[in-house]
Design a protein around this ligand. Structure first.
Ligand code: BES
Ligand code: MN
Ligand code: ZN
Length: 489
């Protein structure tokens, strides 16, 4: 998709679709356009075809100009960033449903922050044009989106040049989301740890700022990653520890390290999950996929930051070598773990990855994981759970979530919760009992993240949607990118 910004006279921009954000009262460009169309828009409002309410859309075909259309996009009541993002998403979806090839988005009627608004427009349009790309020979490939270019129109030169920055950034975030979605949607018989490792290597190819390395099980054994390897023990697919380094700033600048859980399929292991809906456990690698998405966005954007992505990738399967409830393993940190439930495997791979993260002398470590069903009980599918050992980091992430519309909500890490991890046979158990499952999972991780500023995003509720619209969402790429970008400034 080609994105440009312009402040030239709106009527002179050649396009087959024009997206017009407006409430019921036509103002500025909307009023001018209405006049040039002899009141076509205002008469539709009067007739009740378009109310201007937030997120409502109406496609009008302009008589005489074949294929030309105006997409009215309701804005009334869109007073917060989140509501404005929802409006823009609705507009992008409506645009992609048309056969439009070249569109112009009128950057009026919503936010005055042209850079931000343009970034959300580009991201939304990019995300709306995503189609699942099945691997060769599986099923017929779906048709690619028709839309080829989008001009973001702003009412001044200054706003257009701000918008231009926003477009490049937003498009990279949208593409990053699509990378994460595609990896998430791929079935687990294709998207194995080895497949992810190969994709990570492909990402680095020809990129001066990027290097990928992949640790094998033998190498992990040498590093004494006994916890991670206890999860892959029951699988025929070998585990991989994928490390992607993006160096966009001086080597002396400490990196942000992102650690993404990639359980390419979670059966629960010997603590087998019930059968219903188990297919969705192919999405248990969405944390790792979001790290790949962020790396893709950084490459496109060439941001002046240092970021290391670490993706522990494995299946969680129950074969004859599988870890059994009651088994005790020693993590890379030296701490021992009594595995009381093999379905609490995410923390077992993340803890060794968090210890490994210390090697990069991180400024900050953020792990991203579809870690607990409990987070869905607590927060639903609206927001990710955020837990952190650093208040400033937590605040920064919350702000990045609000700005990007990819929100997080903080939960506590108090010692009363940590005590629930007590074990009679090891330094800790891998589960904390039936209560506060998201918090005890994070308390477990916190024991391996004491040496640096750390935050944990539990994205079990937000990384994909179920039901008729089943599919990966690309979250939390937007919040992570916003956080990384805010640090670059
Ligand atoms: N991958 C799951 C978490 C999950 C469950 C995500 C459902 C999305 C939907 C994780 O590995 C898991 O199984 N967690 C257990 C932990 C429990 C055994 C302490 C859970 O949430 O039930
Ligand atoms: Mn599990
Ligand atoms: Zn899992």
């Amino acid at each position: 998709m080609d994105f440009t910004a312009s402040s030239a006279s709106l009527l002179n921009i050649k396009a087959d679709s024009l997206i017009l954000a407006t409430g019921p009262q036509l103002q500025n460009s909307a009023a001018d356009l209405d006049k040039s169309l002899e009141g076509a828009i205002s008469s539709l409002i009067k007739a009740g075809d378009f109310s201007g309410k937030s997120g409502e859309t109406l496609v009008i075909h302009i008589p005489g100009a074949s294929g030309k259309r105006i997409i009215l996009l309701g804005t009334e009541g869109a007073s917060t960033a989140q509501k404005q993002i929802n409006v823009i998403n609705a507009g992008a979806n409506a645009l992609l449903k048309t056969a439009s090839i070249k569109a112009v988005w009128v950057g009026e009627g919503l936010s005055d922050d042209a850079e931000w608004q343009a970034s959300i427009v580009a991201r939304s349009v990019q995300a709306a044009s995503y189609k699942y790309a099945p691997q060769p020979k599986m099923v017929k490939k779906s048709k690619p989106a028709k839309l080829k270019s989008l001009t973001y129109w702003a009412n001044s030169k200054a706003a257009a040049s701000a918008a231009k920055k926003g477009l490049g950034y937003g498009a990279s975030v949208g593409n990053g989301m699509n990378v994460a979605r595609q990896l998430g949607n791929l079935p687990a018989n294709i998207c194995t740890p080895t497949y992810l490792a190969n994709q990570a290597k492909a990402l680095a190819k020809g990129q001066a700022k990027v290097t990928t390395s992949v640790l094998s099980e033998a190498e992990m054994k040498k590093l004494k990653m006994g916890s991670l390897l206890s999860v892959s023990a029951g699988s025929d697919q070998p585990a991989k520890l994928i490390v992607i380094k993006y160096q966009g700033a001086k080597a002396s600048i400490k990196p942000t390290v992102l650690v993404g859980k990639a359980v390419t399929f979670d059966t629960g292991g010997i603590s087998l999950k019930p059968g219903g809906g188990m297919d969705e456990m192919k999405y248990d690698m969405c944390g790792g996929a979001s790290v790949m998405g962020v790396m893709n966005a950084l490459i496109e954007n060439q941001l002046p930051v240092n970021v290391v992505g670490i993706i522990p990738a494995t299946e969680n399967m129950p074969n004859g070598q599988a870890t059994k409830p009651g088994d005790v393993v020693t993590s890379m940190s030296g701490q021992t773990i009594e595995i009381l439930n093999t379905d609490a495997e995410g923390r077992l791979i993340l803890c060794d990855a968090l210890t490994y993260a210390g090697r990069f002398k991180p400024d900050t470590v953020i792990d991203i994981a579809t870690l607990t069903g409990a987070v869905i009980g607590a927060l639903g599918k609206v927001t990710a759970g955020l837990l952190s050992n650093d208040d400033q980091l937590a605040e920064d992430l919350l702000a990045s979530g609000t700005k990007s519309g990819d929100r997080a909500w903080r939960m506590p890490l108090w010692e009363e919760y940590d005590e629930l991890l007590k074990s009679n046979f090891a330094d800790m158990a891998n589960i904390g009992g039936p209560q506060a499952g998201t918090i005890t999972a994070a308390c477990f991780l916190a024991r391996f993240a004491k040496k640096y500023k750390w935050a944990h995003l539990d994205v079990a509720g937000t990384a994909w949607v179920s039901g008729a619209q089943k599919g990966a969402t690309g979250r939390p790429v937007p919040i992570l990118m916003e956080y990384i970008r805010s640090k670059a400034k």
